[in-house]
Structures are given as structure tokens and as C-alpha cells.
Design a protein around this ligand. Structure first.
Ligand code: NDP
Length: 439
């Protein structure tokens, strides 16, 4: 860690993600002296390669605009590079390196053959017209297309990149390569997309939560669940929770939080879903509704009593004070939808309190798992039904849960899911790297 801090002093998110993994796998790493002889940990911490480029595009007023674009190809020991693309003004190399690092372990947990990568740009689709987004996506892929491919690197969506953006990027990739291939996942259903991909991360997180609750014999129905975010992951998490009889007591976006003291009804959820998906509206537009309270500039964790928290917006959105407030109100479980939403201090609080705490690399792996299933369907030129995909998703989440239990269960019965997920993911990648020599 000291060496990495010296080499990459301006990359706090990357250092945070690496430190969490190396500290939790230290014990098992030291059991295999051959790993150290091959300097395996250092190789695994540094991305295989980083591609960075300028993206120039023309806005609706004829002005030339410039953004930075990146693809971090972290590790392909167990399969082609795989991971989403993020378009958000906050994107920088530190964030993409942390996401690509995490993705490597997450993908190893899914049981599918996928390496880890992440990409993106500091371009924000917010407030841009469809044509501006299309021109940006085309300019982005114009730079990236030589470095991706169905057996090389398969990007998908992430923050700011949904079906619209994936469609535009896929279209331009097809034009450049003159091939129709499964290079992007999260595609539209009419051109190779998989049923259930939009739902997969949110539903998968709820399935993981159900697996955790089952170890304690706790029923989800009637539980108050605080969810953050109001994007792809948060909305499908909320939808599944409501269907299973839980009370969704919060949602949020980058401007503030919506608190629903009695829990969202299916009808109210429909209103939020329409607002967010049909015209990309803001939660503040619901401030005058009598079933909710809107808190500008606030995160939900200290505003509402919740039995369960499912942070599903962005990294470091739940800090030590938030964690202590949740625990003081009797929170029994935290299942992360976002990547690294809890700060190290918050994680420490959850582990100390010995509640059910699932790190994103385990609990949000449903999205990339169904992306892996989309790749399999594309290779076979077949489409599976929603029921088939959902069943496979449930099976994968149960399998990830079992791997966490295998490596994370302690003598007193408590499961440290952080250690479990990191160790299981690490061992798979490490074995493959050892077998392949120094490459
Ligand atoms: P979306 O862009 O669909 O939604 C993101 C949500 O989070 C929006 O409500 C957004 O608000 C809010 N948000 C984004 N940045 C911030 C911020 N800095 N502060 C507060 N709120 C913020 O993204 P997704 O739902 O796809 O992704 C959410 C998280 O889940 C990310 O961490 C992502 O990496 C992770 N994830 C996503 C997967 C997927 O399949 N999509 C798979 C696995 C993990 P606003 O609209 O105001 O910007």
C-alpha cells in the first residue's frame, strides 16, 4: 500500500478500493508463498493497460466541445475484459481504476468467464439533447473501437449510460467494424439485448439480501428499506422490494432525497418510474405530493428509520455518521447496489456491529452476470425468456452468497461478507494468473 500511495498519490478512490481488498485477503495470501515470489498482488493491483483519449464533438449550437475518455482494462486472466462505461462530470482516472479493480473480483464471483474493466468520460448526458448524446457517443467510440471486441473487451452501461447510450455506441461500433457482434451488453431487445438486463442489478441485489436474511430466519415482508439513487439500480431494487411486501421509505438523486414515511405504494412507484425513465425528471418535482417529503441537498440515511439500507447511487455516499445513525435506529442489514457506496469508516461500523453487510462486489453482481448471459445468448444467436434469465440470476446470486459464506464465516457464526467476497474472487483470479505465467 505504501508503494502504491507513492506511485499514485492523487488517486484516493483507487487506493481506497485496493486497501480494502489487500487487508481482507492478507491471511489467505500469506498461506501461498508462491504468490509473493511471483509478485502476484502488485501485478493484480495495477491495470493491464489504460487507454485515454480526447473526445471532440459538436453541440446543438455548433460549438466544438471537448471531453476526456478512458478505458481501464484491468485484468483478463479468467475471460475477456468486461465492465461498464460511466458518463458523469465527476469521472476521472482514480474512479475508473477503482471501478475496474472491483470489477475484476466481482466478475470472478459470478462463476462466468469475464475479466475486469471499466471506462467512461467526464461528459454528462444531463441536460443534453438526444442528438448531442448521439454525437458524443459516436465520437467516444471512434476512439475506442480498436480496443474492444466480443472476445477482447465487452463494455456495458453504468451511471449516465443506459439503453439509449449503449444503442448509439453499438451503432457506431458496428459501422466502424462492419460486423454485427456482441461487443456491447445492455443492448436493445431488438438487436441482441437480453431480457431482464435492465432489472438485473436491482433484482440481483434483492435476491442477495434474501439469501442473507435467510441465514437469520428473517422475513423481508414488512421491513422498512431505505434506498438511495433513482436510476437503473435503485428503481428496479425498489420495484422488487415492493413486490415482495417490503416498505421502500426513501429514494434520492444528486439534488436531494425523497422520504416516504409509509413506504411507496406500487402506484406511487409508477409515478417515480415514469418521471425518471420517460423524461429524465428530478425527484424535486414530487416535492408537493402529500405522500412524501423532499429534502434538498440531503442523503436519506439520517432522515428516516430503516431496518435495511440499500445504497444504490454512487461511491462514498454513506459515511461513518450515516452508518452510526442507521445502527442506532436498529438497522439489521445493508446490501450495496452501488459500487463502494460506504466509506471505510462506515464499513468498519457495520462489521463491528456484526450486522448483515454485503459489499457491492457481491450484492450488485447481478448486472454483470446477466451481461455475461447476454454474451452467451449472442454467441449462440438465441434469446432466452425472462423466466429463464431470472432463474439463472437467482442461481448466480445464491452461488455468490455461498462463496462469501465459505470464505467469510467466522467461529461465532457471523459472516464477514467483505472478506468472503474478496477472498473468493481473489483466489480464482490468482490461480488463473499463476497458471498463465508472467504476462
Ligand atoms: P444511473 O445513472 O441510472 O443512476 C444513478 C443514480 O445515482 C441517479 O439517481 C443519480 O442522480 C444518482 N447519483 C449519481 N451520482 C451521484 C452523486 N455524485 N451524488 C448523489 N447521487 C448521485 O446509474 P446506475 O443506477 O446504473 O448506477 C448506480 C450505481 O450502481 C453506480 O455506483 C454503479 O457503478 C453501480 N452499478 C450499476 C450497475 C448497472 O447494471 N447499471 C451494475 C453494478 C453496479 P442524478 O440523476 O441526479 O444524477
Amino acid at each position: 500500500m505504501d508503494d502504491l500511495r507513492l506511485r499514485f498519490p492523487n488517486e484516493p478512490e483507487y487506493l481506497q478500493a485496493v486497501e480494502e481488498v489487500v487487508t481482507s485477503i492478507e491471511e489467505v495470501y500469506n498461506e501461498y508463498p508462491a504468490f509473493e515470489r511471483m509478485n502476484l498482488m502488485e501485478r493484480l493491483c495495477m491495470p493491464d493497460r489504460i487507454i485515454s483519449f480526447r473526445v471532440s464533438w459538436v453541440d446543438d449550437h455548433g460549438r466544438v466541445r471537448n471531453n476526456m475518455g478512458y478505458r481501464v482494462q484491468h485484468n483478463n486472466a479468467i475471460g475477456p475484459y468486461k465492465g461498464g462505461i460511466r458518463f458523469h462530470s465527476s469521472v476521472n482516472l482514480s474512479i475508473l481504476k477503482f471501478l475496474a479493480f472491483e470489477q475484476t473480483f466481482k466478475n470472478a464471483l459470478t462463476t462466468l468467464a469475464m475479466g475486469g474493466a471499466k471506462g467512461g468520460s467526464d461528459f454528462s448526458p444531463r441536460g443534453k439533447s438526444d442528438m448531442e448524446v448521439m454525437r458524443f457517443c459516436q465520437a467516444f467510440v471512434n476512439e475506442l473501437w480498436r480496443n474492444i471486441g466480443p472476445d477482447m473487451d465487452v463494455p456495458a452501461g453504468d451511471i449516465g449510460v443506459g439503453g439509449r447510450e449503449v444503442g448509439y455506441m453499438f451503432g457506431w461500433y458496428k459501422k466502424m467494424t462492419r460486423e454485427f457482434s456482441g461487443t456491447f451488453t445492455g443492448k436493445g431487445l431488438d438487436f441482441g439485448g437480453s431480457l431482464m438486463r435492465p432489472e438485473a442489478t436491482g433484482y440481483g441485489n434483492v435476491y442477495f439480501l434474501l439469501n442473507m436474511l435467510a441465514t437469520k430466519g428473517i422475513d423481508l415482508a414488512g421491513k422498512r428499506v431505505a434506498v438511495s439513487g433513482a436510476g437503473n439500480v435503485a428503481l428496479y431494487t425498489a420495484e422488487k422490494l415492493i413486490r415482495l411486501g417490503a416498505k421502500v421509505v426513501s429514494l434520492s438523486d444528486s439534488d436531494g432525497s425523497l422520504i416516504i414515511p409509509d413506504g411507496l405504494t406500487a402506484e406511487q412507484f409508477g409515478q417515480v418510474f415514469e418521471l425518471k425513465t420517460s423524461y429524465r425528471g428530478r425527484l424535486s418535482e414530487l416535492a408537493d405530493e402529500d405522500w412524501c417529503e423532499y429534502h434538498p441537498g440531503k442523503r436519506p440515511w439520517q432522515l428516516v428509520k430503516a431496518d435495511i439500507a440499500m445504497p444504490s447511487a454512487t461511491q462514498n455516499e454513506l459515511d461513518g455518521d450515516d452508518a452510526r445513525a442507521l445502527l442506532a435506529q436498529g438497522c439489521i442489514a445493508v446490501s450495496e447496489g452501488a459500487n463502494m457506496p460506504s466509506t471505510p469508516e462506515a464499513v468498519h461500523e457495520f462489521l463491528n456491529a456484526k450486522i448483515l453487510y454485503a459489499p457491492g462486489k457481491a450484492s450488485n453482481a447481478g448486472g454483470v452476470s446477466v451481461s455475461g448471459l447476454e454474451m452467451a445468448q449472442n454467441s449462440q444467436r438465441l434469446s432466452w425468456t425472462a423466466e429463464e434469465v431470472d432463474e439463472k440470476l437467482k442461481g448466480i446470486m445464491a452461488d455468490i452468497h455461498a462463496q462469501c459464506m465459505r470464505y467469510g464465516k467466522e467461529a461465532d457464526g457471523f459472516c464477514n461478507y467483505v472478506r468472503g467476497a474478496n477472498t473468493a474472487g481473489f483466489m480464482k483470479v490468482a490461480r488463473a494468473m499463476m497458471a498463465q505465467g508472467i504476462v
